[in-house]
Every structure is written in C-alpha cells, then in structure tokens.
Design a protein around this ligand. Structure first.
Ligand SMILES: *[C@@H]1O[C@H](CO)[C@@H](O)[C@H](O)[C@H]1NC(C)=O
Ligand SMILES: *[C@@H]1O[C@H](CO)[C@@H](O)[C@H](O)[C@H]1NC(C)=O
Ligand SMILES: *[C@@H]1O[C@H](CO)[C@@H](O)[C@H](O)[C@H]1NC(C)=O
Ligand SMILES: *[C@@H]1O[C@H](CO)[C@@H](O)[C@H](O)[C@H]1NC(C)=O
Length: 523
C-alpha cells in the first residue's frame, strides 16, 4: 500500500514537472510579438477610412482586417500621450499635467515610474525603440536606453527637419535661437543620416530590427514616427497624386500621410517575411488630434491639437493581428491611451501587481472579444496653468481662460470651474475653464464661398455634452442635466485631490549644444 502511494506520488510529481515544462514552453511560444506604431499629430479626418480623399491603403487594409477603435482617446499633446502610453497613469499622477517638455527644461517622466518597455523586458521581451522620444533628456538617466529599451534609434525632442534632423529652439535665457542635430543611435549622436527622409529612415530601421530578430524570443518594438508633425516636408513622389488638393499645406500634409502609410506597410511586410506576423499584435495610434495650422484636419469634430475638444483628443487607432477573435469588427467601446500598458503587459504574460496605481485598464477582451470596456470613466486632464499658445482663428480670440470664459473663477461642488479640465463618463463629457481653440474648422476643400471656421455662442465655464449623440459638441446640455453636472464636478474634485503638484521647471541655459553640438543630456 505504502509502495503504491509512493509510486503514485512520484508519477504525479513527474506529471506536474512535465506539465510545468510544457506549459511554460507553450506560454513562451504563445506570447505575441508586440509592435506599437505611434503617428504624430495625425488627425481624425486624415485617414482613408474616415476620408476617401486621403490615400492610406495600408492603414485601411490592416484596420479592416483588425479592429478599428472608433471611441478611442489620446491626450491633446505629444508629451502627455507618450507619457501615459509609457506609464499607464494620468498626467495628474506624474506632475506632467501641463504642456510638453520644452528642449531646455530640466525634467523628464519621473524616474520612479516604471515604463512599458521595462515591464516588457521583465516579461522576457527584446525591447527596441525607433523614432521620437519627447519624454525628457536633460540627463542620461532619462534616455530610452536607461528606461527599458535594449536599443534606440531616433530623436529626443518634439519636432525637427525631416531631412537634416536639425531642431531649432529659442533659448530665452541666452537670447538666441539654436539649431542643432537631434538624432541618436543608442546614446551616441548619429551624424551620417543627413538627407534621409525620416519616415523612410525610421521604417527601414524598424524593418531591419524585425529582420534580424530571432523569433523564438518575443519582440516589443515601439515605432514613434515623426510623420505627420510639422514641418511640412515630403519627397515629391508622395505629393504627386494629390494635385487635386488646392491648399498648399493640405497637399503636402496628404503626401506626408501617404509616406507614413507606406512606412506602416513596409513594417508589416517585414513582419510577414520574417515569419513573425502570425503571432504579432500590431497597434496603430495617433498621439493627439490634427494640427489645423499645419495641414491636419479633425473634421467634423470641434477644436484641434492642444484642446480638450473632441478634435484634440479623439484619436485614430486600430489593432491588427491574426490573434484577434473578431477580425473586421469596429469597436465603439471607450478606450484610452493609458490602457495600453496594462493591456500589453497582460498579453506579455506579465503582471502589474505591486505597482503605483494604474489609471489604465486591460482592454484586450474588449478589443479582441467585443466585451464591454472595463473603463467607465476617463479623466481627460486637469491643468490649472493652461494657456493656448497658438492663435485661434476669428475675432477677439481668447488665449487665456480669463479672456475666454464668462463667469470667471468660482467654485462649484468644490471644483474651481475656471480651471481647464474635462472628464468623460459613459456618454457624458464635462468641460470646465477654457478648453482651447473652440472653433469648427471646415472640411478641407469643401469650404464653399469662403466660409471659414465657425463657432457657437460665447463659452461658459461649465459645459456638458452628450458626445455619443453629439460628437461635434454643438449642444451644451449643462442647464438640462444639473445632476450630471454636479456628479462630474464632484468627480473632477476627487481627481484633483489626487493630483501631484505641476512640475514645469524654468529652462536651464546649460541645455545649449553650442554651434557644433547636438541636443542631448547636459546635466
Ligand atoms: C537679444 O538679441 C537681440 C538681437 O541680437 C538684441 O537686439 C537684444 O538687445 C538682445 N536682448 C538682450 C536682453 O540681450
Ligand atoms: C518601403 O519599401 C520600399 C521598397 O523597399 C522603398 O522603396 C520605400 O522607400 C519604403 N518606404 C518607406 C516609407 O520606408
Ligand atoms: C534563436 O534562439 C534560439 C534559442 O535561444 C536558438 O536555439 C536558435 O539557434 C536561435 N536562432 C538563430 C537563427 O539564431
Ligand atoms: C498581488 O500581490 C498581492 C500582495 O502582494 C498578492 O496577495 C497577490 O497574490 C498578487 N497577485 C498576483 C496575481 O500576483
């Protein structure tokens, strides 16, 4: 009897051992490669599947066979969206609720935040980044290679020349404008790519990483394209098909979009040729709404980049993958850029247990299986220092809150409604303070008889929209639904209580790379 028991125990432990080995192998094989492609300033009305005048065959095809995210939100600016992508946390929780990181500001995403590539690396992934960082670089500890990426090739600031890779910035403390190279291979300055168009440069680099990748190890590749941020620069061959577009900026911009679409196509082709595609999850997302001053369009949505109107924050995004359970579906579930961190770490088989509290949700079952989104609320932002730095068309354009909003500064349900803020809960969106440039920009090429941007009545300090029925934010319902207003102001107040103080330091003149240097860490 004792013998038999012993034998059974032995068999059982052998069985467990075999099971553990085989299941961990199976798990390793199952973990998908993750490729995240982020476009810059790509507007709602600038993708072929929203606007047939723009040609994006690759984005259209990939998303048609994947899942288009049509109720998907990003932040209204570059640094904030990238920050939330990397941390899974709202801007108020990193002290970065105000603007972007300017070239000479000595700060970066707080070093005690654990970034997405660190999670992926811990889960066993090879981690590579190509393109725009814009999450701070004043000291070496802030660089992508010190924050979880095995390799990095790209630029550290927000914008630059697409061919020379030179960024010009005013350094007010020194009373000068400095133009210097911003391109790095790892942590070293890369001087040998002058003249190579960045959309091609970055897609070639991404493709060569894929080509040389050993597919037995899961890959995390983050491609943050320069396209289609200004300056408006593009090789002529991409612009030629758009001769029918009369507006010069719009025509160049459309060409830049087509180059970007080709880049996405090339990266996808590299995944297919490398044998990785069948086990890849590819995410495509913009970082914020289009910049109407530089050829972008968010029509029919209101506002633009740098505003909390839908035109600033409702993003183009989709997931393409043979692993999706409902290919071809269109998701209208509420999803936000902060949701990618828990979603992708979840796919990687990692755990976000024991971290700082995340504001993002794992939305894989929502995207792949069509389940309701776990996200019931979305804090767009709270920024007490907000100013709109670009003029908004029309007469007497407000650039600050006090000029914009009737009612001035007052507290409602504990929340100071003169503060620039917005929150979403199911179909409701509440805005307070001055949300940013508030006009409806006309549909490009369709502004008959010179009708320019239009706007509604003077703004109020509290506005409520049913964005499901009224995505263009034309009908303020705050007077009709006071209970909803009260509830959402209370929610804003609760969020504001958890906010860190804003970190937005003065510029440090030591940032100056000098006449022959390159932008990079100085501290
Ligand atoms: C800044 O530079 C300009 C042009 O070089 C000069 O006219 C101006 O006086 C300078 N201002 C200060 C504060 O040095
Ligand atoms: C895509 O690949 C083709 C063929 O190699 C190349 O000619 C083209 O420049 C690439 N486009 C981009 C945007 O990288
Ligand atoms: C890929 O990695 C596996 C496991 O480390 C190794 O056995 C295999 O030889 C590698 N393949 C190539 C082509 O390097
Ligand atoms: C998460 O951490 C808690 C506390 O350390 C622990 O009790 C729990 O089992 C962990 N969950 C997972 C899924 O690891």
């Amino acid at each position: 009897m004792a013998l038999i028991t012993e034998k059974r125990t032995m068999d059982y432990s052998l069985f467990i051992a075999v099971f553990l080995v085989s299941s961990s192998v199976a798990l390793a094989a199952e973990r998908p490669h993750v490729v995240f492609i982020l476009a810059d300033d790509f507007g709602w009305n600038d993708v072929g599947y929203h606007n047939s005048e723009i040609s994006t065959p690759n984005l259209d095809k990939l998303s048609a066979a994947g899942v288009r995210l049509e109720n998907y939100y990003v932040q209204p600016l570059c640094t904030p969206s990238r920050n939330q992508l990397m941390t899974g946390r709202y801007q108020i929780h990193t002290g970065m609720q105000h603007q972007i990181i300017w070239p000479c500001q000595p700060y970066c995403v707080p070093l005690d935040e654990k970034l997405l590539p660190q999670w992926m690396k811990e889960a066993g992934y090879a981690t590579h980044m190509v393109g725009k960082w814009h999450l701070g670089m004043y000291k070496k500890d802030c660089l992508p290679t010190r924050r979880g990426f095995d390799t990095y090739f790209g630029y550290l600031l927000g914008a630059e020349d697409y061919f020379t890779h030179v960024h010009c910035a005013a350094i007010s403390a020194l009373n000068l404008t400095r133009c210097a190279l911003d391109l790095r291979e790892g942590e070293e300055v890369a001087t040998e790519y002058k003249g190579v168009y960045s959309t091609e440069l970055f897609s070639q680099r991404a493709s060569s990483i894929i080509k040389t990748h050993n597919s037995s190890k899961p890959l995390f590749l983050y491609v943050a394209l320069q396209a289609v941020h200004d300056p408006l620069q593009v090789p002529e061959r991409y612009v030629a098909p758009y001769s029918f577009i009369k507006d010069h900026n719009r025509r160049l911009y459309a060409g830049m979009v087509s180059a970007m679409d080709e880049a996405v196509g090339n990266i996808t082709l590299a995944l297919q040729r490398g044998g990785l595609w069948d086990n890849t999850v590819l995410v495509f997302s913009t970082d914020n709404g289009g910049q109407t001053r530089s050829g972008g369009s968010n029509w029919p949505l209101r506002g633009r980049k740098w505003s909390l109107w839908e035109g600033g924050i409702r993003g183009v995004g989709f997931v393409a993958s043979p692993l999706l359970k409902r290919p071809g579906a269109v998701s209208r579930q509420l999803i936000h850029v902060s949701d990618w961190l828990p979603t992708l770490v979840g796919l990687a088989g990692g755990s976000t247990n024991g971290t700082k509290p995340l504001d993002g949700f794992d939305v894989w079952n929502t995207i792949s299986n069509g389940l309701p989104s776990p996200r019931l609320e979305l804090l767009h932002n709270i920024d007490p220092l907000y100013v709109d730095i670009a003029p908004c068309p029309g007469t007497g354009r407000p650039v600050t809150l006090a000029q914009a909003v009737s009612g001035g500064s007052r507290a409602d349900f504990g929340f100071n409604v003169s503060i620039h803020a917005a929150i979403r809960s199911s179909n409701w969106k509440l805005l307070t303070g001055y949300p940013g440039c508030d006009v409806w920009f006309p549909r490009p090429g369709h502004n008959s008889s010179g009708s320019g941007p239009s706007r509604a009545d003077p703004l109020k300090s509290v506005m409520l929209f049913d964005v499901e029925k009224d995505p263009e934010e034309r009908h303020d319902l705050s007077a009709t639904f006071p209970a909803v207003v009260e509830y959402l102001l209370g929610r804003l107040q609760q969020h504001q209580k958890s906010a860190l103080p804003i970190n937005f330091p003065d510029e440090d003149p030591r940032c100056d790379p000098g006449p022959t240097g390159a932008w990079g860490p100085w501290a």
